[in-house]
Each structure stands twice: as C-alpha cells, then as structure tokens.
Design a protein around this ligand. Structure first.
Ligand code: ZN
Length: 398
C-alpha cells in the first residue's frame, strides 16, 4: 500500500534534508509530500529550527519564465532552492516525491490584485487570501503553477485549495448559523455571476436573497439553525441561492480538468485534495455529521464529475474515530468511482489520535474501506513521539 509523510520546506531547511528523509524512510513510508507552494502561516513546530515558524505565501522553486511570462499573477518567491537535489535524495532512499501545492489561497497575491479575490453578496472583497476560481487570471495562474510543480520531477502534484473556500473571519460577535456563514462565503464576482447566468441561474436574485437574509442576521435576526444541506438551504434561502451554489461546481470542474491535463502533459499526475474533511474535523477531530464526500459540493467540488477527470484523490480524514475514517473513504470511493485512487490523510497526533493503537486502527479502517494509500500530516507539526506511531500503522497495512 502506498504512503507518504507531509513535510514543509522549513522542516527540510531546519533539520536538514538528509536527516528528515532518513527519518521518514525509517518510518517505512513510501514517499514524502513536500510543500512546493504554501500559504502564509504561523505554526508551532515542536522539533524545528525555530519552535514558532513563520511561513510566507510562496513557491519554493524558481518559476519557469516561459510558464508565467505574460501572466498577471506570479507566485511570490519562497525558498527557491528547496527542491534542489531533493528528488535525487529521495531516490537514494527509494522514496517517492510528491509536490504539495496550495493553489488559490494566497493573501500576498490577493492583496496586490484585489479584483481576483472573491466578492461577497454585499459587494465586499474581505477575503484577500481567497482567489476566485472563476477569475481568468486566477485560472491561468493555477494551470501555470501546476505545470511548474510537475516540472520539478515529482511523482504527483497534490492540489490543495483548487476550489472555493469557506468564509474565514477572525472575529465575529454576531452569531451566524452554518447556513449564514455559508452564504456569506459565496462569491458574487462578475465572473461567478456570469457563469451561473450562463447555466440558467438567476444570479442577481441569488445575490439579493443572500444579502437580504444576512443583512437581517447582522441586524439582530436569529441565525439559521442546522447544518448546510441542499434541502435546508432551499427552505432557508430559496431555490435561486441553492442553484447558484450548485452552479459553482462547473467553475471548479473545468478548472481542475485543465490543471489535471497540464500536470499530465508534464509527465506527472494530479492528486486532488478537497478541504471538506478538513473544514469538518480540523479543530477537534470531531467532524460534523455529513460525510466529506456528501458535502464537498458546498465548495464547488463535484466528485462524481471529477472522478472522470482526475486519477487520484486525497480525503482529509481528520477524525478521532476509525469508523468515521472508513465511512469517509467509502463515500469518497462511491462518488469518484471504485477504480480511482483514494488516499486517506491521517493526523497521527493531536487532536485526532491519542495512541499508536488508534492510529493503527484508522490505517486499518482506511485500507479495509478501499483506500489505496495513507498519508500522514505533517512532519514538522507533530512531536517526535507522535511521529514514532507511524511505523506501527504502516506495518499493519503493508
Ligand atoms: Zn467569483
């Protein structure tokens, strides 16, 4: 069974490529998934060069000029030598190398080019990190970025944030229900509205309904009750809002299709990771009830359509419960097709996993449910005693 450990370029720089790869190889992992393009973050890094690590938006390689010349969006420069010799170092240890790529989450680009970011129903562009998948410049950037990472010689390009993202406000003292927050996160930029209109959706009515309902909640109306489902959203906001939300999948499907083709042209393969499982269980490993595969549509992800276009998928199985991991993997396979590769991404420590036995149980559950691979997230974020649970999990599913 295939496997890998996610790692950041800061891990490689801090501890040294040889040492990190030796450790990952020692766990019995088949590969390493290295962050080639990442978003800004401040992370506690228990065994890194610094214990609090500042990451910036950037590409950790030199972007090929032919791919980005003429494009308005170019990736900010990160640690441009991070991949130098990395493939060879992996090869010496028999490790596969995957290029983890964050596509449309980039506040540096968004702040420099606000018009490519999402615009809410009130007309505000308050999410500088969220580049809109419908904007032609963002789409051209994504395709070029995918080619650039594939050209690093990676076995696969692992795509993160290649879809719409949910609303992320840092502070709110207004109680928003899940449906309120969902509507607040919908993009109503000109490109999104035009695409929806082309599909026969009354985009202006959808925008007005979102603004009317959210305006009420911001003015003291009670927030929506219950999780986001198509039925609940129809009852709460009406059919135009639901039709608008569903029309977003065409935007994402066509973008992912272009990116998958570009990656294939460069001799690599795309692994599509949608954020739904992460949204559900990121904070505490206790995901909301709906399975990730069933709720992916909320981010514009149509797994049935993508199953025909993308060779492999990563499901973020951020859950404490092994049975939930199995349920998520199973539902994903039923959506994308049984012959597709589905990889289960597990967190070997807090907040999902409190023992080696629990990690073993989840790896076993993923395999039994039909996963082709297990990936562990992430080297630099987990203490060494936690990472030391990985060998037991991998020997169980070998
Ligand atoms: Zn948009």
């Amino acid at each position: 069974m295939d496997s890998s450990v996610f790692a950041f370029v800061e891990d490689l720089r801090g501890e040294g490529v040889e040492r990190v790869l030796d450790r990952i190889s020692g766990y019995g992992a088949a590969g390493v998934t290295v962050g080639a393009v990442h978003h800004a973050a401040r992370d506690i890094t228990p065994h890194g060069l610094s214990r609090l690590t500042v990451r910036r938006d950037g590409a950790h390689f030199t972007p090929p000029g032919d791919l980005f010349s003429g494009l308005r969006l170019r990736p900010p420069a990160g640690h441009q030598d991070a991949f130098d010799g990395l493939r060879e170092a992996c090869g010496e240890r028999g490790l596969r190398l995957h290029g983890w790529t964050v596509f449309l989450r980039n506040a540096t680009l968004g702040e420099a080019h606000p018009d490519v970011t999402v615009r809410d129903c009130f007309g505000d562009r308050g999410s500088p990190a969220d580049l809109c998948p419908a904007h032609p410049d963002a789409r051209a950037y994504a395709v070029a970025l995918a080619r650039a990472v594939a050209r690093l010689g990676v076995d696969s390009v692992v795509a993160e944030s290649l879809h719409f993202r949910p609303l992320r406000a840092e502070r709110s003292f207004v109680p928003l229900g899940p449906m309120d927050a969902y509507m607040f996160g919908l993009c109503f930029c000109d490109y999104c509205m035009r695409r929806a209109a082309d599909l026969g959706v009354d985009a202006e009515v959808a925008r007005e309904e979102c603004a009317r309902i959210l305006g009420g909640v911001l003015n003291g109306d009670p927030p929506a009750q219950g999780e986001v489902t198509r039925a609940a959203l129809t009852a709460y906001a009406g059919p135009d809002v639901v039709a608008y939300a569903r029309a977003r999948s065409e935007t994402v499907t066509t973008l992912v299709s272009e990116v998958a083709s570009a990656v294939g042209d460069e001799g690599s393969r795309l692994v599509f990771a949608d954020a739904t499982g992460g949204v559900k269980g990121y904070r505490d490993g206790l995901p909301t009830p709906g399975l990730a595969a069933h709720d992916a549509w909320q981010l514009g992800v149509d797994l049935v359509a993508l199953g025909d276009l993308v060779p492999a998928f990563a499901v973020l199985a951020y859950a404490r419960d092994a049975a939930r991991v199995a349920d998520d993997v199973g539902a994903y396979l039923r959506s994308v097709g049984k012959d597709r590769e589905v990889r289960a991404v597990l967190r070997p420590g807090y907040p999902d996993t409190d023992s080696a036995d629990r990690l073993v149980a989840k790896a076993r559950a993923a395999k039994a449910a039909g996963a082709s691979a297990v990936d562990f997230y992430a080297y630099g974020l987990m203490p060494h005693p936690v990472l030391d649970r990985i060998p037991a999990a991998l020997s169980e599913i070998r």
